[in-house]
Design a protein around this ligand. Structure first.
Ligand SMILES: Nc1nc2c(c(=O)[nH]1)N[C@H]1C(S)=C(S)[C@@H](COP(=O)(O)O)O[C@H]1N2
Ligand SMILES: [Mo]
Length: 247
């Protein structure tokens, strides 16, 4: 059924998988071809084309900005664990924290915002299924400002950039996002989780909630935001995961 993108992805992934498998069993020649493939970020080229295919389908059909991720009733909210803590080593007080914003084309940060300034933006809430690439998911409620509202107010014109880069204040963890996903209406700069202020382990005072992506892109304790055309560096993409990481 061509208009069911989920099924289409499953079907195409299966086929790509079979093509890969076929290459490997085609004897030494096939194995050699796969092994000698030029690698980018340590991922064999054949594998990267599957990821590239996933990115193209996801971009073109599923998560256009009119497609909303499924939302759940409050009764479905679970207890989300603290999963990983790169970039959260130091203790940080809300009062000391600032968000540095570098608009598209700007040579240096134009603003250093307080959490109060973030909370002054229109508030949105969502209850979504938070999914980690490790295979678990937890229905979670987030409250915060839309990244699209934030961009319009603090980096006007930056929606023309191709990408958004975010890092922790110490630069230890970092993610890159494509602009359509960044401006998606369910992408929030979140300061509350499950009706309480964000806890330190979940990224206080501000984290990203981007339910069109896997957990790896939901960066905790955001310190900097920059708008660029170049694909920003991404912690887990450098370690072999799909840069796009769309659901
Ligand atoms: N700063 C920072 N953000 C991060 C991570 C991290 O290690 N450091 N891990 C990511 C991963 S892999 C997941 S699954 C989620 C987990 O969010 P949680 O700890 O709130 O469950 O945070 C993401 N954001
Ligand atoms: Mo994760």
């Amino acid at each position: 059924m061509p208009n069911d993108p989920q099924k289409e992805i499953a079907r195409r992934s299966r086929r790509s998988f079979m093509v890969l498998g076929g290459g490997a069993v085609a004897g030494l020649g096939g194995l050699w071809a796969l092994n000698s493939d030029p690698t980018v970020d340590d991922i064999p080229h054949a594998m990267r084309s599957i990821l590239g295919f996933n990115e193209r389908v996801v971009r073109s059909t599923i998560y256009s900005n009119d497609h909303m991720v499924k939302e759940y009733p409050a009764s479905a909210i679970g207890k989300i664990k603290v999963n990983a803590d790169y970039g959260l080593d130091d203790d940080i007080e809300d009062a000391d924290w600032r968000l540095q914003v570098t608009p598209y084309g700007a040579p240096a940060p134009s603003a250093k915002l307080t959490i109060e300034e973030l909370k002054a933006l229109p508030r949105h809430e969502e209850i979504i299924d938070f999914k980690c690439v490790e295979g678990w998911s937890t229905v979670t409620k987030f409250a915060g400002a839309r990244l699209s509202d934030f961009t319009a107010k603090y980096a006007p014109g930056s929606d023309k950039a191709a990408c958004v880069a975010m890092t922790t204040p110490d630069g230890e963890y970092y993610v890159g996002l494509d602009m359509p996903s960044a401006l998606h209406p369910q992408t929030l700069l979140a300061y509350e989780m499950n009706d309480a202020p964000l806890e330190a382990g979940h990224g206080a005072p501000l984290r990203l909630a981007i339910p069109v992506k896997y957990g790896i892109k939901n960066i905790k304790r955001i310190g900097t935001i920059a708008y660029t055309d170049a694909r920003p560096k991404d912690y887990w993409a450098e370690r072999g995961y799909d840069w796009y990481a769309g659901l």
